[in-house]
Design a protein around this ligand. Structure first.
Ligand SMILES: [Zn+2]
Length: 87
């Protein structure tokens, strides 16, 4: 059996894009949570840097999501989120 050809209806490329997106989304969530932890206790300029880092992380996760969605459109490989769009 070719184990890594298709898993849950998604090809290896799709899975690696999904993985990249999940990492980027996690990094963004962590940067937001760090920002909220530090609000009010961190000097303004440091807080601004956290805010900027979080903005970059948000863009990264958007780009990763777009890459994933584009791949799914072009390649018709989908995972469980088909269920969310059904109906
Ligand atoms: Zn694919």
């Amino acid at each position: 059996m070719a184990k890594n050809s298709i898993i849950n209806g998604m090809c290896g490329k799709g899975l690696s894009l999904l993985d990249a997106y999940q990492r980027a989304a996690t990094a963004y969530a962590e940067s937001v949570s760090e920002m909220f932890t530090r609000i009010g206790i961190t000097p303004r300029h440091e807080y601004d840097q956290l805010r900027l880092a979080s903005e970059v992380a948000r863009k990264n996760s958007e780009l990763a999501r777009e890459a994933l969605e584009r791949h799914q459109r072009e390649h018709s490989c989908q995972r469980i989120n088909q269920a969310m769009r059904a109906g």
